[in-house]
Design a protein around this ligand. Structure first.
Ligand code: SF4
Ligand code: SF4
Length: 741
C-alpha cells in the first residue's frame, strides 16, 4: 500500500493506483475528457493536470501512478489556469451550436467550460470546418446505420476509437489525418455497424457522435429517465429508459459492473421502437363472425371466464392449458402458473415454445447446473480457457461476448465450436465447424483422446470410479476415422483440442441455443460435466458448464414454475412435503400428476382433448420450429385467448385478445442468465386501454370467483419469495439497493 496526500488529506491506496483514482477515494473529482473507467488511460486531453510536489511540470492525474509520500494539489491557481487553457484551445474550433446539439444539457465540454472555463474568448478567426457535404450547411456525416458524426464538435479524446478497438475488438472506426485536420472516421466504404456501435454515442463527451434514432427529436431535459432492464436477451443489461408522453426516445446504459460494465449492444440500445409502434394493441378484442371487434375489459374478461368455466365443467380441468412466456416478468409468470394450478386446477402449463429445453432428473439438486449458469458473467474473463460450444454467442448474448473478448485480450484462450462460422471465431485460437447434431460424437472423441493419451491427472480428476468406468466404456465406440467422417473434424484437430482442454488451468464452457434445442441436450451437458470432471476442472474456481438461456426471463420462467411438472423453485410436483407447503400458502390443492408440456398440448389439441388455451406473451405460430403444426392445433381449439402487445400470428387465431403491455409500462423483475434477479421500473403508464399482464390475470381469476386480490408486483414477489426456495433470500426492497452496483 502507498500513502499520499491530496489537497491536504491523507489517503492509502494500492501500489499502481493513479492519482485520479486515489483522489476519487477521497471524494475529490478531477475533471477529464479522455479518461474512461474501462479503457486504457492515454492522458491525451490534459484536462486532469494536477500539481505534484517535487515534479517540475503539472502531471496528468489519469496516467500518473501514486508513490509513497507523494503530495498532490488538484485545485491551485496554476492548475486552474491550465484547465482554462485546455478549454480555450478546445473552444478554438468547437462550434457554439449547443442550442441544436443533441448532447446539450449533458455535454462534458459545456459542463467543464461552465465550471472551469474563461468568460472571454480571444480567438476571433474563422473556425475550422469539416465539410461533410458542400451543398449543405450541416456537417453531419453518416458513419453507419445509426452513427452520425459532426467532426466540428470533436475534441479528439479518441474514446470512441479506443472503445471500438479495445472493448468491441472491431476495426471499423479510426483516426485519420494529422494536426488540426485529424478526424474520426469510418474506413473507406466500410460502415460502422458492429454490434456495439451505439456505445460510441454514449461515450463521446460532446455531440460529435449522435444516433440517428435520437438526433434532433427532443431535448434531453424534456425526457424522464427510468431505471429498467433490457428485455431483448438473457444477459440482463441495466438500462435507463428516456421517455416523454408515453414514448421512448432513447435507451442508455445504467452501468452494472457485474453484468454490462456500462456497455449495451445495438439491439438493446436501438431496439425499443416496438414500444412506440402505432400497431400496438390498445383495447381488448373479441372475435365475432371471424372479425375482431373492440370490447371493454368487463365484457372480455367475463366472456373468457365463462367460456373457460363452461369447458372445465363439461370436459374437465385438464382440457384447458396455459402457455406463458420467458419475456414476461417473474411476478406475471408466477401468477400465471398459480392461476392454472389453483383456479383452472390443471398442471398443463409451459413456456418452452421455441425449442425443447433440457430438464434434469427429479433429483434436480444433484444436477442443478443444467438449469443455467454455473459461473457468473463477471467470472467469464477469469477463465484461462473459454470453450464456446453450440452457441452463436455474439448474436445470442452480445454483452457476455464482450467478456469473452476481454478474456482473450488479457491472453486467455478461446475455442469456438459450432455448426457454422460465427463472428466470435475471429477471436478464437481454435475453431471447430462440425456437422450439425454431432456434438455427442465430437465430445466423446475428445474424451477418448484425453483418456487414451493419459492427458489427465488421476489425482485431480473428480470422477468417481464408476463414472470413470462408464466414460471409458462409452468412448470406446468412437473410432477416430469414423468420428472424422461424421463430424467433419480432422482427428489431429480433435487431438489438439483435447490437449488444450486437458492442460488449461481453468476451463469455462458456454453453450447456447444449439445445445438447448438439441434432441440429446441432457446427454451433451452431462458429458461436458464429465469432461470437466475428468480433467480436474469441476468445482474449481472459474470453471464450469454454463447453459445460456435466450430470453430476458427464460431463467425466471423456469424458477417460477412455468413447467408442467415443477412448482416455483423448480421443485418437482412429486415432492409431497414441498407441494403441501405450497398448498398451505395458496390455500388450495395442487394436483400431483404432471401436466402436458407444449408439444403434448399441441398433440392433445389435435386429438380434440385440449379444448381451450390461454397464451400470454408468446407467439408460437411465428417462433416455434413447426409453426404450421401449432397453427393447425390452435385452430382445433374451441376457445383460444391470447394476451399480447401486437396482433401476432398466434393472436390472429384467438377468440379473445387481451392487450398486455411492454417492459416500459410495467414494474416487476427479470432473472438473467446467471440467475440474478433484477427490477424494472415503469417508465410510463400502460398505453390507452391496455393493462399490465399481472392485472389481467387477477381480473380473470376474480371473474371466476377467486380472490386474486394482488395490488402490486411487489406483493406478488413477496409471495413468490415465500413459495420458492431459490428466491428465499431475495427482497423487493433490497433489489432497489442493488441498482448501480
Ligand atoms: S468523436 Fe467524440 S469520442 Fe470520438 S474522439 Fe471525438 S470527441 Fe472523442
Ligand atoms: S446484450 Fe442483451 S440485455 Fe444487453 S443490451 Fe444487448 S440485447 Fe439487451
Amino acid at each position: 500500500m502507498v500513502t499520499l496526500t491530496i489537497d491536504g488529506k491523507q489517503v492509502k491506496v494500492e501500489e499502481g493506483t493513479t492519482i485520479l483514482k486515489a483522489a476519487e477515494k477521497l471524494g475529490i473529482k478531477i475533471p477529464t475528457f479522455c479518461f474512461h473507467e474501462k479503457l486504457q488511460p492515454v492522458g491525451a486531453c490534459r484536462m486532469c493536470l494536477v500539481e505534484v510536489e517535487k515534479m517540475g511540470k503539472l502531471q496528468v492525474a489519469c496516467a500518473t501512478c501514486v508513490s509513497e509520500g507523494m503530495v498532490v494539489r488538484t485545485d491551485t491557481p496554476q492548475v486552474r489556469t491550465a484547465r482554462r487553457g485546455v478549454l480555450e484551445f478546445l473552444l478554438l474550433n468547437h462550434p457554439l451550436d449547443c442550442p441544436v446539439c443533441d448532447k446539450g444539457g449533458e455535454c462534458e465540454l459545456q459542463n467543464q467550460v461552465f465550471k472551469y472555463g474563461s468568460d472571454k474568448g480571444r480567438y476571433a478567426e474563422q473556425k475550422r470546418r469539416f465539410i461533410a457535404d458542400p451543398k449543405s450547411k450541416y456537417d453531419d456525416l453518416a458513419l453507419g446505420p445509426q452513427i452520425i458524426r459532426n467532426m466540428n464538435r470533436c475534441i479528439l479524446c479518441r474514446k470512441c476509437v479506443r472503445f471500438i478497438t479495445e472493448i468491441a475488438g472491431e476495426t471499423d472506426l479510426g483516426t485519420f489525418g494529422r494536426g488540426s485536420r485529424t478526424e474520426i472516421n469510418a474506413l473507406p466504404d466500410i460502415p460502422v455497424d458492429n454490434p456495439y456501435s451505439g456505445n460510441v454515442v454514449e461515450i463521446c463527451p460532446v455531440g460529435a457522435l449522435t444516433s440517428k434514432s435520437f438526433r434532433y427529436r427532443i431535448r434531453v431535459w424534456e425526457t424522464e429517465p427510468s431505471a429498467s432492464i433490457c428485455p431483448l436477451c438473457g444477459d440482463g443489461c441495466n438500462i435507463t429508459v428516456w421517455s416523454k408522453d408515453q414514448k421512448i426516445y432513447r435507451i442508455t446504459s445504467r452501468r452494472n459492473d457485474l453484468i454490462d460494465e456500462g456497455f449495451l449492444c445495438d439491439r438493446g440500445r436501438f431496439g425499443f421502437e416496438f414500444v412506440n409502434h402505432p400497431d400496438r394493441l390498445k383495447q381488448p378484442l373479441v372475435k365475432k363472425d371471424k372479425e375482431f371487434l373492440s370490447a371493454d375489459w368487463d365484457e372480455a374478461i367475463k366472456l373468457v371466464a365463462s367460456r373457460f368455466e363452461a369447458i372445465k365443467r363439461r370436459s374437465g380441468a385438464d382440457s384447458l392449458a396455459g402457455v406463458g412466456s420467458p419475456k414476461l416478468t417473474n411476478e406475471e409468470n408466477y401468477l400465471f402458473q398459480k392461476f392454472f394450478r389453483v383456479v383452472v386446477e390443471t398442471n398443463n402449463i409451459d413456456h418452452r415454445v421455441d425449442s425443447k429445453h433440457p430438464l434434469p432428473d427429479p433429483n434436480f439438486k444433484a444436477k442443478n447446473h443444467i438449469f443455467g449458469m454455473t459461473n457468473s458473467i463477471s467470472q467469464i474473463e477469469k477463465a484461462k480457457l473459454s470453450f464456446v460450444l453450440g452457441c452463436d454467442l455474439q448474436k445470442e448474448h452480445p454483452i457476455i461476448t464482450l467478456r469473452v473478448i476481454k478474456s482473450t485480450r488479457s491472453g486467455n484462450a478461446l475455442i469456438v465450436a459450432n455448426p457454422q462460422r460465427t463472428t466470435l471465431s475471429k477471436f478464437a485460437q481454435d475453431e471447430l465447424i462440425y456437422q450439425r447434431g454431432t456434438e455427442l460424437v465430437l465430445l466423446n472423441s475428445i474424451a477418448k483422446v484425453i483418456i487414451q493419451e493419459k492427458l489427465f491427472d488421476a489425482d485431480k480428476t473428480t470422477l468417481s470410479a464408476d463414472q470413470m468406468d462408464r466414460l471409458q466404456e462409452n468412448v470406446q465406440a468412437f473410432e477416430s476415422g469414423e468420428v472424422s467422417q461424421v463430424t467433419g473434424i480432422d482427428p489431429e484437430k480433435i487431438k489438439k483440442i483435447a490437449q488444450t482442454l486437458a492442460k488449461a488451468e481453468s476451463v469455462m464452457i458456454l453453450s447456447g441455443k444449439e445445445i438447448i434445442g438439441h434432441a440429446e441436450n441432457t446427454k451433451i451437458i452431462d458429458l461436458l460435466q464429465d469432461l470437466l470432471g475428468l480433467t480436474g476442472h469441476q468445482n474449481k474456481d472459474n470453471c464450469g458448464v454454463n447453459l445460456l438461456w435466450e430470453h430476458c426471463n427464460s431463467q425466471g420462467a423456469l424458477d417460477c414454475g412455468l413447467l408442467p411438472e415443477r412448482l416455483p423453485g423448480r421443485i418437482h410436483l412429486s415432492d409431497g412435503v414441498f407441494r403441501k407447503g405450497v398448498e398451505k400458502i395458496w390455500n388450495a390443492k395442487v394436483k400431483e400428476e404432471p401436466g402436458l408440456d407444449f408439444d403434448q398440448m399441441l398433440k392433445s389439441a389435435l386429438q380434440g382433448k385440449i379444448k381451450a388455451m390461454y397464451i400470454a406473451g408468446a407467439d408460437p405460430v411465428s417462433t416455434s420450429p413447426d409453426g404450421n403444426l401449432v397453427k393447425e392445433a390452435l385452430k382445433k381449439l374451441e376457445f383460444l385467448v391470447v394476451q399480447d402487445t401486437f396482433l401476432t400470428e398466434t393472436a390472429k387465431l384467438a377468440d379473445v385478445i387481451l392487450p398486455g403491455v411492454s417492459f416500459a409500462e410495467k414494474e416487476g423483475t427479470f432473472t438473467n442468465v446467471e440467475g440474478r434477479i433484477q427490477k424494472l421500473k415503469k417508465a410510463f403508464e400502460p398505453l390507452a386501454n391496455s393493462k399490465e399482464d399481472w392485472q389481467i390475470i387477477c381480473l380473470l381469476a376474480q371473474a371466476w370467483g377467486y380472490d386474486f386480490d394482488y395490488t402490486s408486483p411487489a406483493q406478488i414477489f413477496k409471495e413468490l419469495v415465500k413459495v420458492s426456495p431459490i428466491y428465499a433470500k431475495a427482497s423487493w426492497e433490497d433489489l432497489d439497493k442493488m441498482e448501480n452496483k
